[in-house]
Design a protein around this ligand. Structure first.
Ligand code: NI
Length: 136
């Protein structure tokens, strides 16, 4: 069921919002506002940490560094119940990109992603999280 409500905005804010939704490719304001609301609700659930969630940790590292590949694999085995799958890409002679797909309680997968990203020798890492349950 759809509920309608009006929003009052200063014209500056409204103009900037229209520019934002145009850049993002939205065809109407309602869909853009729905996505912003979902984003805020998902952030709230993530901050509570108890919701069932899914996400991806993306890390880039140099596999020539001593024991680094082994360490990253060991950490994943220690938390095998949270790791759905890992994709490994050999970027060039030295560098590897790994995408680790995670599923479990939000605070647990966030912590695991942070641990992987913080391993010494990981050059760059990012975590993207979503919820695995139903999002309205
Ligand atoms: Ni590689």
């Amino acid at each position: 069921m759809l509920k309608r409500f009006g929003i009052s905005l200063e014209s500056d804010l409204s103009d900037q919002f229209d520019e934002y939704i145009r850049e993002r490719g939205y065809t109407n304001r309602s869909e853009a506002i729905r996505d912003l609301i979902r984003d805020a609700l998902i952030k709230r659930l993530w901050s509570e940490g108890e919701a069932e969630a899914a996400g991806a940790a993306v890390i880039v590292y140099n596999h020539h560094l001593h024991e680094l590949s082994k360490k990253l694999t060991d950490i994943q085995h220690d938390h095998f119940e949270l790791v759905v799958s890992t994709m490994h890409v050999h970027l060039d002679h030295y560098n590897c990109l790994e995408v680790v797909l995670l599923k479990g309680k939000a605070k647990e997968i966030r912590k695991l992603a942070d641990t992987l990203i913080a391993v010494r020798g990981v050059k760059h890492g990012q975590f993207v999280g979503s919820l695995s349950g139903d999002i309205p």
